[in-house]
Structure formats: C-alpha cells, structure tokens
Design a protein around this ligand. Structure first.
Ligand code: NAD
Length: 485
C-alpha cells in the first residue's frame, strides 16, 4: 500500500503536479524507522527548463498586480496552512523525523507567519520622493524577476515559506529546490499557494541533488538565488551566482557561542543551552554549540544540565509525548557519531550521552562534553547534531575574544542579570542573530541571518524585502536640459 507521505508527483510546475520518472530516483527514508516511505525523481534538464520557463512567463503580470492583491493571496495561504497544521506537521515529521510535539508549533505555523507577515507588507512597498529644488527624484522598488530558492533539510516547510513569502510579496516568481533528504513538504506549500489563488507558474518546486541546484543557479533566466545550507555549498553557489552578477541571500552554518556569566539565572541558562543544542536534535543552524560558562558556576551549571537532560523523551516522533527525535538520516547520524568519537579522543569530559540509542531509526542521545578547549575539533566545526561543548572562562574580554575566534558568525547569546553587560557583550560579538537571556527565538518580525562565513543578506522582517527587490531612481527635470555643446 502506498504510504500517506507519497506525493502525487515529484514536481509542482505551472500550477500542477508533474512527473518525470527519467530522473534519478530519490528515496524518502523515515528517520525514525529507516523505512522508505516515498520516492521522488530528480529533475531532468527538461523539468528544470519547464519550471524556469513557467516562472519567467508568470512573473511580469504578477509584478503588475497591486501589492494588496498579491498580499491577499499570501494571507489566504497562511490561513489555509494554519487550518491544515495537523496534517502538515505529520508530513513534516515523516520528512525530517522531528517530533510532532515540535512540528506542530515550529514548522507549518512559522511558514504561515511568514506568509501572513509579508502578505501584510506587500501593499506597503513604496519608493521615495526626493526634492531637488525645482526638480525631483523618485524611486521605485521593483521586483528582481525569477528567484531560485534552495533548501536545507532541517526545516523544509519553514525554509520554503521563508523564501516564497518575501519573494512573492515583492512581485517575483520562484523555483524552489528542496533538499534531496526532505523533498515532501515544499510540494504542499506549492499546492496550498495555488489553492489560495496564486496564479500558475509563480511558485514551482522541483526535486534533485546539488546538480539540479547548480543548473538553476547558472541559468540566465534567474535573477536571484537564496540558499539555506552549509558554508562549503554556500561558497560554491555564491561564486556561481557572482559569475553572472546575480543577487544572493546565503543562510549558512554556524558554531555559535552562548556565554553564561556568573550572575546568570542558572535554570534559564540551562534552558537556553537545551533549546540551543537539543531542539530538532541539534539540527539547527543558529545553535549555541559553544557554551562558555564562568568557571565559578561551571559545576553547578553542569549538574543542573545533566539533571534536566534526563527529561528528554526519545521514541516514536509521531507520538506527541516524544520531545527528542532521530537524526534526519543515517549519513547525518554517522557524521555526528564521528564528532562524538573525536571529542572523546581529544580528552573532553563526557557528562551525558555520547552514543547511538538502541531504538529503530537514527537516534543519538543528547550529548554534553565539558572541559572543552578552543582548539578541539568539537569546538571549531559545525556538528549539526545533539552535541554541546561546554568551555570555561574567567573574564569578559577573554570570553569575547574566544567567542569571536571562528570563521562563523550566525548567532550569539548572553545570559546575565546585568543588562548593561548583556548589551555591551552582545555588541562586541560578531554575529547576526543574537539573544540576551534567551536562545533561538526566530519570529518573522526579526531579521535573521549571519555575518562572516555564516552568510550574506537577511531573511524575515522588513530587511528581507530589500533582498527580493531593487530600487530604480528617476530624476525628473522641470526646466531645460542644458548641455556643453
Ligand atoms: P547542504 O549545503 O549540503 O545542502 C543545501 C542545499 O544545497 C541542498 O538542497 C543541496 O541539494 C543543495 N546543493 C548542494 N550542492 C549544490 C550546488 N553545487 N549548487 C546548488 N545547490 C547545491 O546543507 P544541508 O546538509 O542540507 O543542511 C545543513 C546545513 O544547512 C548546515 O550547515 C546548517 O547550518 C545550514 N542551515 C542554515 C540555516 C540558516 O538559515 N542559516 C538554516 C538551516 C540550515
């Protein structure tokens, strides 16, 4: 019998599902059991062409509609997503293995927030009037044209919507390629947008591995590329887009610091460290995986952390009581287990976890290492799994320098009751998305994105509109146009 997660077809192009079984089959494996629950096929060159042609053909008329008209469709899609949250969350759990307890509140709902927010803003996209004596300049904020979205596997619905919503609000069209590991959810987003009234061709989803992403990025019909993925992929995609002077947004990886000062509320700091390391089993780009704890409170912090980690409930992710799921894939599990072995070999002190769990699927126990040193591999490289590195520090200047000593710059967090210190330290940290006495909040109203190798551009908030549009300025002369000869 066909599994309920099997989509109608692999691709969604020009308002409908499209199949082409000539592409490489991509099995969709449920991470909690290891079973293949669906199969899709990578886009062939013909499918890539069809998707880009339909995006190109539909874009100009969409950009000519009023922002309010465009926004109404996006807001209708947001309502439909909320109405169907249960069904979409179950699918997200099949796609990623993340527990339903999480997907019910963090995935389709976050996608709906983006569609509602940018739907609301679409009508307010305006230019400026700049007086120049008798003359004046006016500006027009114009759509870029055809945008390509390329997704990572950790938040397939959210990533699809975070890219679609501002792109469409600004009058662009999009071809979105989900991660080959989680190809299912974006198809539902496309289906719902069309049901909400989005004209055909404006939001297309095609499947495939890196080659399909690469074919999209280099196509001359494409004006902008927005990637969510790792730094190595980001460097390749950015370079390919730069060769043709295309716009980019790069949402990449991190190895973010979370700093716990001696006056911090220990339970809040432990809560922040749990959110910033174990939510989605640690598969979150902005995670605070280098937890710097003042040496005077280190043992107290570790004791409370070890106690609270006992509250992790591992098991069937479709059971709402489960709060900690498997790694997305066997491959990701093996990568993370490799890092855990490196941590042990480098002499970090294992506080809890440290192994695969004896359950079907790809579970790794929430793992905490203490006495981690700055030069250990587990303190330098993004692991993208449930592995927290706790490091000690003595004073503020020292911890700021050590926190910034990384190629990454996605996020940073500070826990302290001294708010002047909180703001001072955050302002000195080289990161794009920061938190004081909290960790990993990502509301659509706040800009999201990194500095240094963690990225270029911002998603969410009004900032995202600048990355999906460009400004035309028009000088209007009221008098004669004088010339030298
Ligand atoms: P990845 O870099 O392996 O793949 C990301 C996407 O890029 C996939 O869809 C993949 O098929 C595609 N791709 C790969 N090579 C390509 C190429 N040459 N041209 C075009 N497309 C190509 O990342 P992943 O393993 O899917 O996701 C995990 C990474 O994503 C982590 O580093 C994580 O930090 C990052 N991430 C960042 C954010 C953020 O917003 N900053 C959010 C989620 C995940």
């Amino acid at each position: 019998m066909t599994h309920p997660a099997q989509p109608t077809a692999s691709h969604f192009i020009n308002g409908q599902y499209v199949e082409d079984t000539n592409g490489t089959p991509i099995p969709v494996i449920y991470a909690a059991t290891g079973e293949t629950i669906a199969t899709v096929y990578a886009a062939t060159p013909a499918i890539v062409d069809q998707a880009l042609a339909s995006a190109k053909a539909a874009q100009k008329a969409w950009a000519k509609m009023t922002g309010t008209e465009r926004g109404r469709i996006l807001r209708r899609a947001a309502d439909m997503i909320r109405d169907r949250n249960q069904e979409l969350s179950v699918l997200e759990t099949y796609d990623t293995g993340k527990p339903l307890q999480e997907t019910l509140v963090a995935d389709a709902t976050s996608g709906a927030d983006a569609l509602e927010y940018f739907g609301g803003l679409a009508g307010s996209l305006t230019g400026e009037h700049i007086p120049m004596g008798d003359d004046w300049v006016y500006t027009i904020r114009e759509a870029l044209g055809v945008c390509v979205g390329i997704g990572a596997w950790n938040y397939p619905t959210q990533i699809a919507c975070w890219k679609a919503a501002p792109a469409l609000a600004c009058g662009n069209s999009m071809v979105f390629k989900p991660s080959e590991t989680t190809p299912l959810c974006a198809l539902k987003v496309a289906e719902i947008l069309v049901e909400a009234g989005l004209p055909a061709g404006l939001y297309n989803v095609i499947q495939g591995m890196g080659e399909v992403g690469g074919a999209l990025v280099t196509d001359p019909r494409v004006d902008k590329v927005s990637l969510t993925g790792s730094v190595p992929t980001g460097k390749k995609v950015y370079a390919a887009a730069a060769a043709e002077m295309k716009h980019v947004t790069m949402e990449l990886g991190g190895k973010s610091p979370m700093i716990v000062f001696e006056d911090a509320d220990i339970d809040n700091a432990v809560g922040g460290a749990i959110n910033g390391n174990f939510y989605s089993s640690g598969q979150v780009c902005s995670n605070g995986t280098r937890v710097f704890v003042h040496s005077s409170i280190k043992e107290k912090f570790l004791a409370r952390l070890a106690e609270r980690v006992q509250g992790a409930v591992l098991g069937d992710p479709q059971d709402e009581a489960t709060n900690f799921g498997p790694m997305v894939s066997e491959n990701q599990m093996n990568i993370v287990l490799g890092y855990i072995e490196k941590g042990k070999a480098e002499g970090a002190r294992l506080i809890c976890g440290g192994d695969r769990v004896d359950l079907p699927g790809y579970f790794i126990a929430p793992t905490v290492f203490a006495d981690v040193k700055d030069d250990m591999v587990i303190a330098r490289e993004e692991i993208f799994g449930p592995v927290m590195a706790v490091l000690d520090f003595e004073d503020e200047d020292e911890v700021i320098a050590r926190a910034n000593d990384t190629e990454f710059g996605l996020s940073a967090g500070v826990f302290t009751k001294d708010l002047s210190r909180g703001h001072r330290v955050i302002s000195a940290l080289e990161a794009g998305s920061c938190f004081i006495n909290s960790y990993n909040d990502a509301p659509v109203e706040a800009p999201f994105g990194g500095v240094k190798a963690s990225g270029v551009g911002r998603e969410n908030s009004k900032e995202a509109l600048n990355h999906y549009s460009q400004v035309k300025s028009v000088y209007v002369r009221m008098g004669d146009c004088e010339a030298a000869f």
